[in-house]
Design a protein. Sequence first.
Lengths: 193, 429
Amino acid sequence: MGDAELVQAVVQGDTEAVGVIWDRYSTLVRTVLRSNLGFDSATEDLLQEVFIIFLRNAREIRTGSALKSFLATVAVRVVLVELRRRRVRRWVTLTPTGEVPEPATAPQDEDGAAALGALYRLLDRMPPRRRVAFVLRHVEGFELSEVAKSLKVSESTAKREVMKARQAIFARAERSEPALWHYLSRFQEGEHA
Amino acid sequence: MRDPLNELGALAHQRASAEPTPELAAEGRQRIMVRAADLGAERARAWRRPAVLTAFAAAAAIAVFFGVFRSRPIGYIVLGSGEQTSDYLSAPADKPAEVRFTDGSELTAQPGTRLRVDQARNNGARVLIERGVATASVKHADRSNWQFVAGPFEVHVTGTKLTLGWDPLKEEVDLVLHEGSVEVESPLARGHFAVRAGQHFHASLLDGSMRVDNTNAGSSAAKQPEATPAVEASSSPEVLASKAKPEPALAPRAEAKLAPHSKLNSSPAVQSDAPRESWPELVRKGQFQVVVSAAENRGIESCLSSCTAADVRALADAARYSGKSSLAEQSLQSLRRRFSGSGEGSAAAFLLARLSESRRQLAAADGWYETYLREAPRGQFASDALAGRMRAVAALRGSAAAKPLALEYLRSYPDGVHAPAAKKLGGFD
């Protein structure tokens, strides 16, 4: 069954279609949530939030092909709200304890893991929109136009946010995150190339 | 040279893409399917309301036609609106806008608020808040009848002063009562919730939660007890933490006082006051794991054979909403055995049907739906049960076999939420 038929079935109250859509897209949405927020206990609840918003708004999805981008956009929206909530609650960290998020499987690259932890510490200090713009561009590999669409800003604004995030990361890494600075420098020197 | 941030991003993506455990994935799937079924039931109830309103509107039109209503509807003027096209009012971003009604009632829309005077009647009006916060001071008079609508929440007012806010993005409503009392109709629960002066009602559609706190906003706030539901809430996963700590008066975009997550499957530790609360009350507060643990401590078998119908139903709900479908089924079967012929027994048949349908046990689902319809043909789940039969029969025996059920659905619920599906099956599309 295609996305269009599934969305139509959901609109008509078919709960089984919801399960099929879950099977098809929950991994994508979970990845967007984790790459923005890290691994923590809230991820699965936020994943539910995204799908509940989809259930409430399924009628507005005009074509089946829009389903994937709809879910991704909602996921970004949920991320922004969550980041603001955490900011308000001074939970500006990847996990409630402030530790670097734990992956399901530990990466082999220990330097990479340390650099990644440092990267997310720096991202935690950024405004939510800038942080999400960076993650969508560099972690999720979105085109700038897709970043702009997801954040509901112009492409030039999206580009500016990504650039400012990059500048902040390089500047702060050099100043306060030696593991990240070392990792980035090695790449620039071609060690990993 | 490769971009080092892209390389690091790829590493982050690789970690974020790690598969969840099969148990976690299955639990998530089950949760969303249960929520989808519940939303379907909510919508069915919501769809019946416009039909009633339409009937009233038609009756009112006929009455006006025959000159029964000779008084004129209430009038109003708008001051300070950045935009007023037809009945819409959009307050500028930097200052409030006011609406003054001819009966002396007043409405102040906070900066950035957008609202609409949907209906102006001779004894009041219906005001829709599309986004933002508005404070209303409604003049009390005999037969006065005002409604303020925020998303799917409806506040019924006869005379009062209130502040109502609706955030369509977060799907959250906040209501502060400064004077008088109101009744709130919420899609998260059956019946109306009474909110009194000095109280703050907050509900989140996303969390499926509601709570009422005392505030210092009203003149008699300190003397008022916590709100009580005018009609008992349904056992769906709403939270009514009526003894929450007092909060400051409502502010627009009040992120600073948002409660922490209270999700469907949240599993709080056993709380110190748990023994004092009934299981249905704990379920209403979303403390599903507390209920399940209490039943386990007591002995599931013992409980299923000796607990009251309300407690067994609470256990079934707690199990359903925490993904323990086997325990939910056991509890519902117990209700069927021990309380056949009662409302709880019939409702158990419907919930067993839902459970079977979610497991793709369609013949069993059809049987339970049929049982429910036989026992409670006008019950609160009747339309959903009929639609469930329609789906199950269509899947088991094809569209032609399901057509009579579709026609029956359309005859009984022409505006029901499953009407489009019924029309398709009935060949009316």
